[in-house]
Each structure stands twice: as C-alpha cells, then as structure tokens.
Ligand binder design. Structure first.
Ligand code: NAD
Length: 469
C-alpha cells in the first residue's frame, strides 16, 4: 500500500502521512456509493434539505478547526482559510436550499396527452479537486451532487487531502448518510481510475487544462458527461477614468492573494496609455509594502506556495521572463525568519515589457507574478484581453458605464468583474471558455449540470398513433 507524505508549506515540515486508496478498492467504493445514492434519492427532498442544513451548521461550528487544517495543509493565511471554511458551510446552505426545488416542467403539447419533464440525478458523481482551493471545491462539488440526489466520490489533490477528509468527517457526523460522500486519496492514478470506472455517471473536475483534456477524452470515449473548471490567464483592464487607488489595490489582490494560486488570478494587467507610468508606480509602491511570510501571522499578506514543486515552477517562470527580456517593475522581499527557511516562498513580482507571445503572458504561472502592458483604446484593450487560449475571468476598471457594458460583451470569459475582482458566490454560475473549461457549475447552472431531464408523455385518451395511422 502506498502512502503520501503531506507537508506544511509554511516551513516544509511533515504534517501527516495519508494512505493512498488502492485502485482495487474502487469497485467496493462505487458499490457503496450506488447503494447510498439509491436510498438518498428516495429520501423526501425536504428531509435531504434538512440534513444538508444540519451539516452546514456542523461545519459552521467547526469553522476554526477546519480552517486551521486548511491553513496548515495549503499554506493559506489563517484569515483566508477561515473564510474558506465559512464558504463550505454556506455551500451546504445554498445547495441544500435547492434540494426540494429541483423540479421539471409541464409542457403543453396537445389536450390528449399530459406531457412533462422530470429532473433526475445522474447517480454517482466523481468530484476531482486541485490543491489551491481544495476544501471549498470539495464542499461545493459534494453539496451540488447530493442536493440533487446524487452520491459523490471526492478525490482531493495529494498535496492537500487533509481538509477534504475533515470536511467529510464533519458532514457525516452531522447526519449525511455514510457512503453518500466518500473520499478517495492519492494522485493522478486514482483520479484517472475514477474517471474510467464504469460506475462513474458524471465527472466534475477542477484542475489543470492538461489533465482536463485527458479527462474529457476518457469521458468522451465512455460517453460520460463532464464539467471542467480549468486554468486561466485572466486580464485586468484599467482605463484612465477608473478609481485608480481602488483599482491598484484590487489588481494586486487579484493576483497576489493565495500566493497567486488562483485559477482566476488576473495575471495580465492592461493599462491605458495616459496613466500607464503613474499606475505602474502605484503598483510598485504597493508591492514594496507586501509582507511575505508565515500564513498564521495576521500582518502577512502573501504566504507560501503549496509545495516545493510549485515554488520551483514559479521561480523558473520568473527566470524565464527575465531571460525573455521582460523587466521587473517591482518585487516584494522574501521572509528572513530562519524558522521559515524550509517554507515554499516566492517573491510577488510585477513585470513590464513582456512580449505578447512570451511564456509569461501566454501561460498560467500559478504564483504571485503578473505582467503589465499598455493599450491605446478600447479596441486594443479587447484585443489584448482576448489574446490567449483561455477564457476564465476578466476585470474591467472604468467609470464609463456604457464602456463597461461593451467590454463585458466583448471579453471572452465566464466571469467578469467590473470595478471589482474576486467576488465568488455559490449563487453565481462559474466556469470558463476555451482552454479554461467546459460547462458550468454554481447557481442555477448546478441544477442543470447535476441533473438530467426525462421527458414524459402520458396519454389521456386512446392513443391514436399506430402503424396504420
Ligand atoms: P492538476 O490538474 O495537476 O490536478 C488536479 C486534480 O486532478 C488532483 O486531484 C490530481 O491528483 C488529479 N489528477 C491528476 N492527473 C489526473 C488524471 N490523469 N486523471 C484524473 N485526475 C487526475 O491541477 P493542480 O496542479 O492540482 O491544480 C492547479 C490547476 O488547477 C491550475 O491549472 C488551476 O488553474 C486549476 N484550477 C482551476 C479552477 C477553476 O475553477 N477553473 C480552480 C482551481 C484551480
């Protein structure tokens, strides 16, 4: 049996050892899920909603413990990890509220027949999550699945299994039936085996574009529905008429938060010509004041990256950008505390003069690094914003309402923030276009993604359609 060592990103020390789920156990795990799902689907919907509310209360009560586990394992600041824990509870409230409201429609076709649609659960949903926001995404995927009568098998990233294991333990202790939400631990081998398993009825994957495409290929071959939330290289566009102080604060938060390990990181910043130098100075001044260090320290803005591997990837991206001729506009200092010497820290860095086709501008770094470039007018801003194969999120900063709406219309993204960035809610749809994903989750999109329609025709008179009619 293989074991994964889980590290504490803040100082690189060992946090736990977690046994990987043997692939041979998957048949049994799917059988358990199928059995639990059959009972759950027959449970009155209001009872299901009530149990999900109970689970949300238990998660709220366990917020500090859950947040601490997440902060220790993911390296998020305690403040951010506590918010993530609160959002788990909120997800159970929101999707629990859908449990008894997920119905089809009557469809009037002819007076001789009663026609309607029923929304049915798929059955067993496989939810695979990445390490950056693994806790919240596990809660979201599980809540979306079970709200609509499915079972869920979660597969957290091998770097961060602990928050998901704790989440499911709390949900079960609050009354979510055993076996309805299970956790498979391990890495790509376990993930791929889950995707390929014939017991899989729907795949909900959040992670990299490379793995997403592999999953889509398997899902296509096996004719399984799939929702993919993948990478991004999102633009933040700042026009000269924007509130520049607010924009500068938000732009930094939109890419340095979680040490840049956000799929929606706004890592391509485009600034209108007339304010370009001034805005760069504002960003540089703020970056110089960014404190990198121990995520448990409330004075710290940016914590470590999740792993030594991710830190090294970010450092390599910084070196590559320099080799490609980009210029460092500002860079925050690394922590000097010897206790953190083994931690996975990278310096928040802003680049200018990066070529539009350079690796820095076209590839996701997943670290606290971004490029700034100038634009002359709205048309150029749109063209630059849409200049990658991704289409996840976009930020627009302007005080001109009509222009804001034109930009919203023209940018290629599943999520757009105007004069803001990073508002995420279970009440809103989430997903991306192009290499950023396929289909949507969240809000009422969850209802469509996690249920399937059955069309029913019930004859009210002797049925007239025969071979001879
Ligand atoms: P990853 O794709 O390497 O891994 C994600 C998950 O997939 C992990 O649980 C991993 O074990 C599993 N996995 C790996 N290979 C697999 C395979 N062949 N089949 C099935 N599962 C497999 O991604 P990561 O490095 O953990 O996370 C970072 C990536 O996630 C970034 O690209 C980021 O943009 C993306 N992300 C996207 C969103 C979004 O909602 N769009 C949110 C968070 C992160």
């Amino acid at each position: 049996m293989s074991t994964t060592i889980v590290y504490r990103p803040a100082d690189g020390t060992e946090l736990a050892r977690v046994e990987d789920t043997p692939i041979e156990r998957l048949d049994e795990i799917f059988a358990t899920a199928r059995e639990a799902q059959a009972k759950w689907a027959k449970t009155p919907t209001a009872v299901r909603a009530g149990l999900m509310l109970d689970a949300s209360r238990a998660l709220a009560a366990a917020r500090d413990e859950l947040g601490q586990v997440d902060s220790d394992n993911s390296g998020k600041s305690t403040r951010d990890a506590l918010r993530e824990a609160e959002r788990c509870s909120a997800a159970l409230v929101y999707y629990g509220g859908w449990a008894d409201k997920a119905y089809g429609a009557t469809v009037p076709i002819a007076s001789e027949v009663f026609t309607y649609t029923v929304r049915e659960p798929y059955g067993v949903v496989v939810g695979i999550t990445p390490w950056n926001v693994g806790l919240r995404l596990s809660a979201k995927k599980a809540a979306q699945a079970i709200a609509f009568g499915n079972a869920c098998i979660l597969k957290p990233a091998p770097e961060t299994p602990l928050p998901t294991l704790k989440l499911v333990e709390i949900m079960e202790s609050a009354g979510i039936p055993a076996g309805l939400v299970q956790v498979v631990t391990g890495g790509g081998a376990q993930g791929a085996a889950l995707v390929e398993h014939p017991g899989t009825d729907l795949i909900s994957f959040t992670g990299s574009t490379v793995v997403g495409k592999q999953i889509a290929a398997t899902a296509g071959h096996n004719l399984r529905p799939v929702v993919l939330e993948l990478g991004g290289k999102s633009p933040q566009v700042v026009f000269a008429d924007a509130d520049l102080e607010a924009a500068a604060d938000s732009v930094l938060n939109g890419v340095f938060r979680f040490a840049g390990q956000m799929c929606v990181a706004g890592s391509r910043v485009f600034v209108e010509d007339s304010i370009y130098d001034r805005f760069n100075d504002m960003l540089a001044e703020r970056t110089a004041a960014v404190v990198v260090g121990d995520p448990a320290d409330p004075a710290v803005h940016v914590g470590p990256q999740v792993s030594a591997v991710q830190r090294d990837k970010t450092l390599a991206a910084i070196a590559q950008a320099q080799a490609d001729g980009a210029r460092i506009v500002a860079q925050a200092a690394l922590p000097t505390d010897p206790r953190l010497a083994g931690g996975y820290y990278t310096p928040p860095t802003i680049f200018a003069d990066a070529g539009p086709d350079s690796s820095l501008v076209t590839n996701e770094v997943f670290g606290p690094v971004f490029s700034v470039a100038r634009f002359a007018d709205e048309a150029e801003a749109v063209s630059l914003a849409n200049g990658t194969r991704y289409g996840l999120a976009a930020g627009i900063w302007t005080s001109d309402g009509a222009r804001a709406h034109r930009m919203v219309r023209d940018v290629k993204a599943g999520v757009v923030w105007v004069n803001s960035y990073l508002l995420l809610s279970d009440q809103l749809s989430f997903g991306g276009d192009g290499d950023s994903g396929l289909n949507r989750e969240g809000g009422d999109e969850a209802f469509h993604t996690y249920t399937k329609a059955k069309a029913v025709s019930y004859a009210l008179t002797k049925w007239p359609i025969t071979l001879s009619s």
